[in-house]
Design a protein around this ligand. Sequence first.
Ligand code: GDG
Length: 728
Amino acid sequence: MRLILVSNRLPVQWDGTPNVGGLATGLSSFLSHWKSLGNEVLWVGWPGKSIPEKEQNQYAKKMLEEHGTIPVFLKQKLADSFYNGFCNKTIWPLFHYFTSNCEFSDGTFSSYEEANEEFAKTIRGIYQPGDWVWVHDYHLFLLPGILRSEFPNILLSFFLHIPFPTFEIFRLLPERIHSKILKGMLGADLIGFHTQSYTQYFLRSLLRCLGIENERGIIYFQNHFTKTAAFPMGINVEQFSKYASSAECDAIADQINTNHKKLKQILSVDRLDYTKGVLQRLNAFELFLKQNPNWIKRCKLVLVLVPSRTDVPSYQSMKRAIDEKVGAINGSFGTLDWTPILYQYKGFPFEELVPLYKNTHVMLVTPYRDGMNLVAKEFLVSQKNGMLVLSEMAGASAELPEAILVNPNDLNGMASAIKEAIEMEETEIKNRNEVMVTRLKENSVMEWAKKIYTDTEDTANRNQNFQTKSIPPNSEALLPKTNEPIFIIFDYDGTLVPFQSLPHLAVPTQELVDSISKLSQLPNVSIAIISGRDRKFLETIFTGLPLHLVAEHGAWHRPPNKKEWNSLFHSNADWKKEIKSRLEEFTKRVPGSFAEEKEFSLVWHFRNADPDIGLNAAREMLDELSQISSNSGFFVQRGNKIIEVREYGTGKGKATVKILPDAPLQTFVFGDDTTDEDMFRELPEEAITVKIGKSETIAKYRFQNTDDVHIWIKHLINHITNVTHHAS
Ligand code: GDG
C-alpha cells in the first residue's frame, strides 16, 4: 500500500537540507518500518519557498528522486498570506489561547482556502485508489473535506499536532470560518488529537457550532462516519536511548561538561515562540536564585532557543526581551568565575542534543500551552539522573504525571519546583523516571502511527459497509418476487414522517395518506403501522384505513377494519410512578425538554433543548435509569432525541411476530430507530428489512430518509398495478 503523507512543510527544506521538527524525526522509524513491509511512501508539502514556474518540473523531479517528496508550489504572495497570515496570526495564537495575539481577516482566510486547494490539486495528480492519505496539522484543516468530496472512498486520516481549544475559544473564529474548519476536518475517516481533552473540546465545538452529535466519539456527517480519538504522539525511544548509552554520546557529554563539572545543569530547549513561556521561565530561575542563595555557583541554566519565524516583528521583540533578561540575570548574579545562564540561540544536531539531555539534572519544559511537547519525552529516555519539571499545559503532562507538574503562570510554584527537582534524591528520581520511561517505550511513535492506521482502516470499513447497504427506493431488489401475499410493516416517526420539534406536529401529508390508502386496497396486500405512539394518535392519523395498528411499541393491537384494541402483553406498570418523578426532575433542569406518559411507557423528549445540555442530561438519565432497571419491570432505550422507559417484554419485535399471519408471506419492514431493530431481528431471514437513516443496523438495506419510503410505496403500487393489469 502507498502512504501519501501531507504536511505543510516537507522533512527537507527547499535546498534538500533536513528540516528539524518532531514530525520528521519522529516518523522516520515508522516510515522505515512501513517501507520494509514493501510499502511505498510519498511526502507532499510546501518546500518553504516559491520556486519559479520554469524550474518547477526539474525541481519536482529532483525532490522525488532524492527524497521521495512531492512539492506543492505556492506563489510567494499566497504562501505569505496563508502561512504567515491565517496559520500563524490566527490559528496558532487562538488554538494556544493567546487570543490577544490573534488577528482575523477574510483576506488571509481566502488565501488559506486557496492554499488548501493547491494541496488538493497536487494530491489529485498522484492519488490512486487504495492509497492511504494522512494529512497533518492546522495548516490543512480544509483538505480532508476537499479530498472526500472528490474521492468518496479515500482512506484518509487527519492528525492535529497543536491543542484543540475549548468551545468558548474556538467560537471566537467567525462563523463562516469555524464551520468550514469543522466540516473540512470531518472529511477524514479518523481525526486524531494528542489528548482526551482536545478530543472532547473538538466534539463539543461540533455540537455547539454545527449541532452535530457524536456517538462515543464517532460522528456521522454527509453520509460518512468519522472517528475521533486521542493518540498521544510518542518518540523513537530506541533511537534516543541507544545513542544516549553509546560511548560516543558520553565522549561528547564529557566534552561539553569540562568547564562546568561541579555545576548541576538545568536545561531548557525550545523553538523560540511566545507559547513556550521562556521569559516566565527566566523569571522563575531568577526567583529560585534569590530564594535559594545556596545554589549560587552550584548550578547553571543552559538555555537553548532554536530561531523561528525570525522575520515576524513580534518574534523579534520577544527575542530582544529574552536577550535583555538573560543579560540582567547574568549581570546581577554572575561573577568572574561563574555565569548562571549559558544562552544558545541556535539549533543543535541530534548528536549534541542527546548529550545535553544526558548531562542534565533538571529539565525545564514549562510552556504556557503546547499540543504535546516531544522534548520532555526525548529528555526522559536520554537522561541519566535528571528530573523533569513539566507544565500542566503541555499535552505531555497527561501521560507524565510522575514529573513535577507546574502551572507556568505561578512564578513562586515554578521557583519551588526547580528547588524540589534539583534537591531530589537520586533514588526518587530513578523511581519516578522508570515508570515514565516504561510508558514511553510502550507508546512509541511507531505504535502511535500503527494505531492511527488501524483505526482509520476500521472506520473506512465501517463506511464501506454502510455504503453497500444503501439502496435506491426504486430498486428491483425491493419488489415482490413471488405471488405470495405481501405484508408490509412501517414504523411511524422517522420512517413515514420526518421528526418535528413537537410530536403532535409530525403528521403525514395528504399525498402520503392517499398512497397508503391505495396500497392497502390492492389485492393480497396487508399493512401494519407499528409505532411507539399511543392508540389515540394512531387512530386519528389513520382513520378509515384498513390497517393493522400497533401502538406503544407493541403493547396494543387493532386489526384492520376493527374498532377494538387488544392488549398484546400483560402489564404491571408499578415502576411508572417513581420513574415519572425522576423524568420530571430532569424536565425542570433542562429547559425545552418534556416528559410524555403512555399506558406502558414514559418518554423524555429533548429535541427542543439546548443540544449540549440536552445530550448531557440524556446521558446522565440513561446511566441512572439503567442502574436501577434490573428486575424492576422496565427497560430504558435511547431513541432519536428521546429516552424511552418501557414495560419489559413489550417490544416491537415480539409484537410483530404476534400479528403476522401464520402463512407464507413476502414481508417488507421499514424502521429508523433502535426499537425497530427488534423487528428486523425477529423476522424470518427472507424478509426485506430496510433501515431509514444513518446509524448502525442489522437491516439488509438502507434508505436515506422518509422521502425514499414514499417513493418506494409509489413504485410498489405501480409495480403491482402493472403486474395485475398484464395478468388480466
Ligand atoms: C508541534 C506541536 C507537538 C528542537 N530543537 C532541536 C531539535 N528539536 C527537535 C526536538 C523535537 C522537536 O524538535 C520539537 O518537538 P516539539 O514537540 O517541541 O514541537 P514541534 O514539532 O515544533 O510542534 C507540539 C509536536 O508538533 C508533535 O506533535 O509536540 O506541541 O507544537 O523532536 O528534538 N532537534 C535538534 N536540535 C535542536 O536544537 N536536532
